[in-house]
Design a binder for this molecule. Structure first.
Ligand SMILES: [Zn+2]
Ligand SMILES: [Zn+2]
Length: 250
């Protein structure tokens, strides 16, 4: 079992299919000893997802709730050609931008190649900090191509505990591919995050469904960026510095 200080992928009731408020999620984090959460509600194209205005107003939330640092973010939907479902200026204002492919969000991606190309375009987007659940069952991505892009563009790849959530009746990922991603990340030295993808407050920081990765010979805790909050803060300050530099140089 690995211990993490930060959980970089959580959903509140605003996602439309999650069941706790932000206050409850922060309390859930506090009770589990998690010191930082990213609140990453789904982008507007998710059925039942929040309006763009929701993301534009996240500034009203304090930096800490129950002593837990709150990163204000999104899990944007990756659409055709790697487009995302929030305007770029809005993405650039958020603390933590994640992106992933979801069904029923209006994309027409329909093969492993198309999925891989779209995800790599999202990796290249300077506002995107992390790709959610790159290991998935339906259209397995070209993981080596993805890892190389993540290395080049300094984007975090996620090992998603929710994909193996024991409460759900089916697994959304394949263990051999999660192991392959871990192995490749070690070889190319790419940042990984191990997150709950919590949709209820008692799931915050719950990553035990990934024990098969933690006990594997490929596990190198130096790769896990959310092991402690300092690593996350250092990553974000470097990444946001890049965004800032890009903006002033046009
Ligand atoms: Zn997702
Ligand atoms: Zn999610």
């Amino acid at each position: 079992m690995m211990k993490i200080e930060a959980d970089l992928h959580t959903h509140t009731v605003h996602s439309g299919h999650a069941y706790s408020t932000l206050d409850e999620m922060a309390r859930g984090a506090f009770l589990r000893g998690i010191r930082m959460i990213a609140v990453t509600d789904h982008g507007p194209k998710m059925p039942g997802g929040p309006h763009e205005y929701y993301f534009g107003n996240l500034d009203v939330i304090p930096e800490e709730i129950y002593g837990v640092r709150i990163l204000k973010g999104v899990e944007a939907n990756i659409l055709d050609d790697g487009r995302l479902d929030l305007p770029q200026e809005l993405l650039e204002k958020l603390d933590f931008v994640t992106a992933g492919i979801h069904s029923q969000t209006g994309h027409s991606l329909n093969s492993s190649e198309e999925y891989t190309d779209a995800v790599i375009k999202a990796v290249q987007n300077p506002a995107v900090d992390m790709i959610t659940h790159p290991v998935q069952k339906n259209y397995p991505l070209d993981l080596e191509a993805l890892i190389k892009a993540a290395k080049k563009y300094n984007t975090i790849l996620e090992l998603n505990a929710g994909s193996y959530n024991k409460r759900k009746t089916f697994e959304r990922a394949r263990k051999e591919n999660s192991l392959k991603l871990l192995k490749l990340a070690g070889r190319y030295r790419v940042n990984l995050a191990v997150n709950s993808d919590a949709h209820f407050h008692d799931e915050v920081g719950e990553i035990s469904s990934l024990d098969f990765l933690f006990s594997s010979d490929y596990m190198d805790e130096k790769l896990i960026i959310n092991k402690n909050t300092e690593r996350v803060i250092n990553f974000l300050s470097r990444k946001k510095q890049g965004l800032f530099t890009r903006k002033i140089t046009g």
